[in-house]
Ligand binder design. Structure first.
Ligand SMILES: NC(=O)c1ccc[n+]([C@@H]2O[C@H](COP(=O)([O-])OP(=O)(O)OC[C@H]3O[C@@H](n4cnc5c(N)ncnc54)[C@H](OP(=O)(O)O)[C@@H]3O)[C@@H](O)[C@H]2O)c1
Length: 222
């Protein structure tokens, strides 16, 4: 795998807070980014804002299919509700590429957030099922979009668990986590273990609501 500076990262759903926040930090780190949207004009307008905020030229915007085709590595940052349908529509564009799934299948009721049951086991495993010729990984589930968007937060204090069955792919995704100041990518196991990482987000949201925080995780002794 080439150096990160030579790769272009695509962000499906890059007009939302999570995709934009990660794109902002990667753009600031010198990594080329292409935002994807269901509407190309929304992606281009979000890209223009990020170019301005990051003070860089290497952020562009396309519709999701164009984004998937243009990028070397693709982050999936859409709501769980649209996950399967979007990935099914992009199977051809994503062949052979590293796909990073950060989607948390969560529900919310009077008691707060809770993990939804997923037929395939997890969102990441659904992506793997839908994209058999892609290199699917799972990461960035716990990173706060609020902290990513706020450039006055110089260091994002978090370990990013990176899961997957392809060592080179998880190493590349760990490097993308390391590119965010303060953050560190840590291998978190095979893709079959993604469910509890996605589900743990419900606990973190509950913590954030109680303590008015943007809580993250640190793994000790690594
Ligand atoms: N927000 C966080 O702090 C955070 C943290 C960790 C992980 N995540 C995960 O990251 C994902 C994105 O989070 P977000 O807060 O950025 O979500 P969001 O704002 O609800 O959605 C992101 C973008 O996805 C597109 N979209 C919406 N519905 C869609 C559908 N049915 N099919 C395809 N695209 C659709 C929209 O872009 P267009 O209308 O331009 O297409 C939207 O701007 C979620 O799965 C979430 O679990 C979020």
């Amino acid at each position: 795998m080439a150096e990160l500076g030579q790769l272009k990262v695509g962000v499906l759903g890059g007009t939302g807070p999570q995709g934009r926040g990660l794109a902002l930090r990667w753009a600031k780190a010198g990594i080329a980014v292409v935002l994807g949207s269901r509407a190309a004009e929304r992606a281009e307008s979000a890209a223009a804002e990020l170019r301005e905020q990051a003070g860089v030229a290497h952020v562009s915007g396309l519709d999701n299919a164009g984004c998937a085709a243009d990028a070397d590595i693709v982050l999936v940052a859409v709501p769980w509700e649209g996950h399967r349908e979007l990935l099914e529509s992009l199977r051809d564009q994503l062949v052979g590429k590293i796909v990073i799934d950060c989607v948390n299948p969560l529900g919310f009721d009077k008691q707060g957030p809770f993990a939804l049951a997923v037929e395939e086991g997890s969102a990441a495993q659904q992506a793997e099922r839908v994209l058999p010729e892609s290199r699917v990984t799972a990461a960035f589930h716990h990173v706060s979009a609020v902290l990513l968007a706020d450039l006055s937060v110089a260091e994002v204090d978090i370990d990013v668990l990176v899961l997957g069955d392809d060592r080179e792919a998880t190493d590349t995704v760990r490097a993308l986590a390391d590119a965010i100041p303060g953050a560190r990518g840590v291998y978190g196991g095979r893709l079959r273990n993604a469910h509890q990482v996605e589900a743990l987000t419900a606990n973190l949201i509950a913590i954030n609501r109680r303590y008015k925080s943007h809580a993250g995780l640190r793994i000790t002794d690594v």
